[in-house]
Design a protein around this ligand. Structure first.
Ligand code: HEM
Ligand code: HEM
Length: 177
């Protein structure tokens, strides 16, 4: 098993980051979708309670993944020539952008909110601080909206994998499996 990417397929590091993060996104969106459907009932407390920590882990993994992607950019399986390839590159770029902005705005709000900050069970700051409006407002306006946009893009991304597989029959999924 190769570590790095090559023209034929992604390597172990890219695959682990891709599928590991996909699982964490499933947890993250699953919790929020369930909260919307059933409300904040007691048995969901643990799930929703992990949201900030899992989101922070996703941001850290995203930064590692972006650095790795830059390092591997000349080795990776190439995009299709022409418009289809350009759209795919644009779609992946948009996924990276939202994977950064969505948790980054929420963390800014967390640290600007004046309340206790606890991540991964570790107390990082006591509560009772001042609420800083410019740190809180962007996430209040955009965190939820952009997160749902990210989910829509992920759905489009997965749909395109099916179009490649069953429509164009150029089995792109194999590169990532
Ligand atoms: C990539 C990571 C993340 C994703 C995909 C994500 C996704 C979501 C979604 C879908 C909602 C529901 C919005 C609604 O009810 O319409 C939400 C709400 C929320 N998230 Fe996140 N989140 C992430 C990271 C974070 C982080 C790191 C924090 C805290 C530091 C956080 C704090 C919150 C809070 C407090 C809410 C409820 C208030 C609001 O809707 O803005 N999230 N998140
Ligand atoms: C069932 C879920 C998923 C499937 C079947 C899937 C499939 C794939 C495949 C086949 C590729 C390779 C495309 C190519 O070589 O052009 C790929 C790449 C990619 N996927 Fe997914 N994916 C899934 C979930 C996700 C999720 C949840 C995200 C992030 C939010 C994501 C983000 C990306 C990105 C950014 C790339 C470009 C390569 C990279 O930088 O890692 N995917 N995906």
């Amino acid at each position: 098993m190769k570590w790095r990417d090559d023209a034929d397929s992604y390597g172990l590091v890219s695959k682990t980051l891709h599928w590991g993060m996909a699982l964490l996104f499933l947890w993250q969106f699953g919790g929020m979708l369930l909260k919307l459907v059933v409300g904040r009932v007691p048995w969901m407390g643990f799930w929703v309670g992990t949201h900030a920590s899992v989101g922070t882990a996703l941001l850290a993994l995203m930064l590692a993944r972006a650095l790795w992607a830059v390092g591997q950019r000349r080795r990776r399986p190439p995009y299709h020539a022409g418009t289809v390839g350009r759209l795919a590159a644009l779609g992946h770029g948009a996924l990276y952008l939202l994977m950064f902005v969505v948790p980054a705005l929420a963390l800014l709000r967390l640290f600007g909110g004046g309340r206790e900050v606890r991540l991964f069970g570790v107390l990082l700051r006591e509560g009772g601080g001042e609420r800083v409006a410019w740190m809180v407002q962007p996430a209040t306006l955009l965190h939820g909206v952009l997160a749902w946009l990210l989910l829509a893009l992920i759905a489009g991304h997965v749909a395109m994998v099916f179009v490649h597989r069953f429509g164009w029959k150029d089995d792109i999924l194999r590169r990532m499996l």
